[in-house]
Design a protein around this ligand. Sequence first.
Ligand SMILES: Cc1cc2nc3c(=O)[nH]c(=O)nc-3n(C[C@H](O)[C@H](O)[C@H](O)COP(=O)(O)OP(=O)(O)OC[C@H]3O[C@@H](n4cnc5c(N)ncnc54)[C@H](O)[C@@H]3O)c2cc1C
Length: 419
Amino acid sequence: MSKLFNFFMERSSVSIVGAGPAGVFAALFLARAGIPCCLIDKAVFPRDKICGDGISGWVLSVLSKLDKDLLLKLNRQDFLVHSYGMRVVAPNGKMLDLPFLDDNEVSPELPPGYICKRIHLDNFLVEEAKQKPEIEFLEGVEVLGYARKGGKNILTTNTGLTIISDLVIFANGANSKFMKEPGGIVKDAKWTMTGIKTYYKGISGMHKKNYVELHFLKNLLPGYFWIFPLPNGEANIGVGIDRYRIKKHRINLKKLMFEAIENEPHLMERFKNATQISKVEAYSLPLWDKKRKIRGDGFLLAGDAANLIDPVTGEGIGHAALSGMFAARQAIRSIEKGDYSEAFLKQYEDDLYEKIGRELRISRKIPRFVKYPWLFNSVVKRAANSEILQRKLTLAMSDLEVRKKLKSPWLYIKILMGR
Ligand SMILES: Cc1cc2nc3c(=O)[nH]c(=O)nc-3n(C[C@H](O)[C@H](O)[C@H](O)COP(=O)(O)OP(=O)(O)OC[C@H]3O[C@@H](n4cnc5c(N)ncnc54)[C@H](O)[C@@H]3O)c2cc1C
């Protein structure tokens, strides 16, 4: 341990708290540039992370920038399925299948996304980190405190180890204690979702191309029930809704989820021979609500600790991966200049928002029309009968210019009028 302390006193400039997608990608990009860092996680891997397990194209894109061979290796793993689209189910049970645009920039053989239990995905990445001589990986070590003295960051841990660095990347997830102090982010219940998930085996009627299923049930709106198919006939099942509504309407998410499985006509039949194979677990999703400062003198926030989850899709893994990549790039710039000031770290925010800011802003403004079951039913009904509309919605998932139109109430009026 003292070797580590001396090592980092002398040579390491960067410490990273949390080895989820945000932290591990930051460490891997630093390692690729030959820069030593200390990656710390309170868990011992493999560890699970409560999640829907939907892995979007952003993750593939970041992984390909890091190491294409590693992406191809991930693509061959039998712990994941390739997913090609989304099935939206309206409150009245009407279904709409929307294929993801198959425009993978990395390789035409790769799918647009994966579904993969986080215990496997995160461990796959952590195993890679463990092989890098530049990364000192401390697992089972919880960072308890942070202080800044003499231009250095001092992290204290549950093992008694003290880690000193020029730059800290806080990537320790949705419940990060460093999000508020020193991060300065105060959570808003309207923009914090609670999600629960469990695993089932033997649900019938899955799409043959592993579409993720979003079921917009009447008493869950604007939240939804999801079924994400996994290998070996398993699936990730869950529901999510914002905390403000949960509190206001005293919603019991677990009860709602099982009631849906037992009583919703289009779900009952499919779960008839299915078995629940894990307990129900809950966790929070800090949704992006506005552009925030996610840096300070000597530190950056990344991933969920920076509240980067898409407020419409609930997607956070891809944004966490991207923020890890940009945090590493900023760390490299800071080391080159010897500048870890809040002002100099701004480039990190600029790079990140340049990439995903527009997408997040658009998502934030899409009207929550799904609050109204009748409107939702009508839009899905019209779209199910119109190839043009289906194409528009498919494009809206990947093309920001088209998605922007979803912000306009006129779009829904036009759809309802059949135009
Ligand atoms: C129910 C649910 C469903 C979701 N579904 C999806 C989905 O289908 N697709 C999607 O893209 N996103 C989904 N998300 C969001 C996604 O899980 C997160 O956005 C993503 O995990 C964020 O990655 P991260 O690296 O920022 O944090 P995490 O993955 O949470 O990793 C943080 C790490 O920090 C460690 N840590 C925490 N505190 C400390 C400490 N003090 N010291 C040391 N280590 C610490 C933890 O052990 C953990 O390993 C879902 C979230 C929930 C809750």
